[in-house]
Design a protein around this ligand. Structure first.
Ligand code: DC
Length: 211
């Protein structure tokens, strides 16, 4: 079974995808991490993420980079969003994601274009959304815990900028697949969102809920 989970930054899609992987015993790939690694590699190379050639050159980042803590930072998220607009970058990362999706036994992948480009044949497609305010609040809490200081307004502005870039890019924009089920997590806590996502998968695949 392939489960595709798409949605904007801080919608809860990563948490949901990870939990679905655990629940249905499927391997999980956070595809945003690949774009973050490219963005961070451009920075290490002293390059410009807006330059298509420099961004493409960074797609051969070493695998160890995927474990680097800086990949999770807001700054790297911004770099990832900028390199992800280049078709050559998306093409370079396509096979890796496709092979993960097609592995025997199935997989869960989360990102922006899983249900539309990487795995249009997925058995279940979830599109996870939440209001900018709810997402900013979550990001703010996470950042406070990490000791990073940003105001809610700064975070909201950054999310809006990233949504705008991810949604309006020509190549594989952030958009719900026609057959995706929408899950709005604005008013749900973590456990409620996970429970709802499991229900959606069970319904879509006709499975009995696990005890
Ligand atoms: O999910 P995330 O915040 O880690 O993603 C970082 C950026 O990577 C996001 O702003 C857009 C890009 N991305 C993408 O274009 N396609 C994906 N499948 C995953 C992420």
């Amino acid at each position: 079974m392939i489960i595709a989970v798409d949605g904007p930054t801080a919608s809860g899609k990563g948490t949901i995808a990870k939990a679905l992987g655990r629940h249905f015993r499927l391997p999980h790939l956070d595809t945003g991490l690949l774009y973050r690694a490219v963005g961070y590699q451009v920075k290490l190379n002293g390059g410009d993420p807006s330059d298509p050639d420099e961004a493409q050159g960074a797609t051969n980042f070493p695998d160890e980079l995927l474990g680097h803590p800086e990949l999770r930072s807001e700054e790297t998220g911004g770099l990832a969003s900028r390199v992800s607009v280049h078709p050559a970058v998306r093409k370079a990362l396509f096979e890796r994601q496709r092979a993960f999706a097609k592995q025997e036994g199935g997989a869960v992948l989360d990102g922006r274009d899983i249900g539309t480009v990487i795995a249009p044949d997925a058995d279940v497609k979830l599109f996870v959304t939440a209001s900018v305010e709810a997402r900013a609040q979550r990001r703010w809490k996470e950042m406070q815990e990490r000791g990073e200081s940003h105001t809610l307004l700064e975070i909201e502005d950054d999310l809006r900028r990233r949504d705008e870039r991810d949604t309006n890019r020509k190549n594989a924009p952030l958009v719900a697949a026609e057959d995706a089920v929408l899950l709005d997590t604005s008013d749900l806590d973590r456990e409620q969102a996970i429970t709802k996502a499991i229900e959606i998968v069970n319904q879509a695949t006709g499975q009995q809920p696990c005890p």
